[in-house]
Design a protein around this ligand. Structure first.
Ligand SMILES: NC(=O)c1ccc[n+]([C@@H]2O[C@H](COP(=O)([O-])OP(=O)(O)OC[C@H]3O[C@@H](n4cnc5c(N)ncnc54)[C@H](OP(=O)(O)O)[C@@H]3O)[C@@H](O)[C@H]2O)c1
Length: 79
């Protein structure tokens, strides 16, 4: 399967990214965020956009995926 991951730079998202890249059932990961993960992997593709409140510009890039992990937000671990 192919998955989209929002928030791959965060604590939760980093864990999700790691597991997806390790899992043989996951053929590809599209990480969407306002910054790069800094990682390089054959299964990983990234879209970096300063403003994630308007995804219409990248709507076509979000087609054809099987699942989405939405890990954006404010950490419950505190600032
Ligand atoms: N940590 C926990 O134990 C825990 C438990 C249950 C649920 N959650 C939930 O999981 C979510 C993520 O938590 P976390 O601990 O991983 O937080 P985190 O480490 O602070 O990561 C937050 C992620 O959201 C992104 N983000 C935040 N504000 C953004 C904005 N305005 N526009 C674009 N991207 C934004 C950050 O991107 P940048 O790197 O660009 O800042 C980062 O990727 C939250 O909703 C939290 O409530 C967390």
């Amino acid at each position: 399967m192919k998955v989209i991951l929002f928030g791959a730079t965060g604590m939760v998202g980093q864990g999700v990214l790691r597991e997806c890249l390790l899992n043989s059932d996951v053929a590809g990961v599209l990480a969407v965020g306002r910054g790069s993960t800094g990682q390089s992997h054959t299964k990983l593709r990234e879209i970096v956009r300063a403003d994630l409140f308007d995804l219409s510009v990248i709507a076509a890039d979000l087609q054809g995926y099987d699942a989405c992990f939405f890990c954006l937000g404010v950490s419950s671990a505190g600032p």
